[in-house]
Write a protein that binds this ligand. Structure first.
Ligand SMILES: [Zn+2]
Length: 248
């Protein structure tokens, strides 16, 4: 399929990637959608979820909702979050290529399905948690995703019967400050920053580098109204079609 981005821009980014030794990729919603997931933040999904569950996704995925209505939370969580099928794409293959070439220094993941780890990308920073790592809030016992899926109703710790805390960051919780610092550091050091889609948490995470450093920032966004003076290019094409063009 033809991409809409100008050939000159493609060649420019391609050359910068070729010359780069330190690339950081930030994975957002568009990566999740291209991998078979859905954007729960879109109008259609908001409407559908509200019809089906009585609340919008943003309400359900919050700490206050989890604490007050844990049964409803888990009905949604199991169906919509754990039930979301994810597969690797050509975009992930391109990132693996960069890793093999020793150019990819870190992957900052804002989605929480654990796709980067499942295809052996290394140095993954899961800013918003990971659905595969679940814990009992009382005894800290770990539970895998299968335990949650297999449990009827509210998944409970088999030791102390407390409702298991899902491994994702709920809305209303802060990003782990250690992870945030690490993310900021790797972004700062990168000479190319690939921002692959928007952040579902809507909280603005700034990945700025010191102004005196020359860093190429490329943002992928399907939103035609997206304006961002802090990036060099905004690419509207599919990430899985575009990355193979700029990564040899
Ligand atoms: Zn426990």
């Amino acid at each position: 399929m033809e991409v809409q981005t100008d050939k000159k821009i493609i060649n420019f980014i391609k050359k910068r990637i070729k010359d780069s030794h330190n690339i950081v990729a930030v994975l957002g919603i568009e990566m999740l959608v291209e991998s078979g997931g859905c954007d729960l933040d879109s109008n259609d999904e908001n409407y559908r979820v509200e019809e089906e569950y009585g609340f919008c996704p943003e309400d359900i995925l919050s700490t206050s909702f989890f604490n007050a209505k844990v049964e409803k939370f888990y009905r949604f969580y199991k169906n919509e979050i754990l039930g979301m099928q994810q597969h690797s794409t050509a975009a992930y293959d391109s990132l693996l290529k960069l890793q093999t070439q020793g150019k990819l220094s870190a992957v900052i993941c804002q989605n929480f399905h654990g796709v980067p780890q499942s295809i052996n990308l290394r140095n993954v920073i899961d800013l918003n948690g990971n659905i595969n790592i679940n814990q009992c809030p009382h005894c800290d016992k770990d539970f895998d995703i299968q335990y949650l899926i297999n449990s009827k109703g509210i998944p409970q710790c088999d030791h102390c019967k407390a409702a298991i805390r899902p491994g994702i960051r709920l809305i209303g919780e802060r990003v782990d400050s250690e992870l945030m610092t690490k993310a900021a550091e790797v972004c700062d050091a990168a000479d190319v920053l690939l921002i692959l889609g928007k952040n579902m948490y809507n909280d603005r995470l700034e990945y700025s580098s010191a102004p005196e450093r020359k860093q190429l920032k490329v943002l992928f966004s399907k939103n035609d109204f997206e304006r961002n003076g802090k990036v060099d290019f905004i690419i509207r094409d599919d990430i899985c079609e575009f990355l193979p063009l700029i990564i040899d």
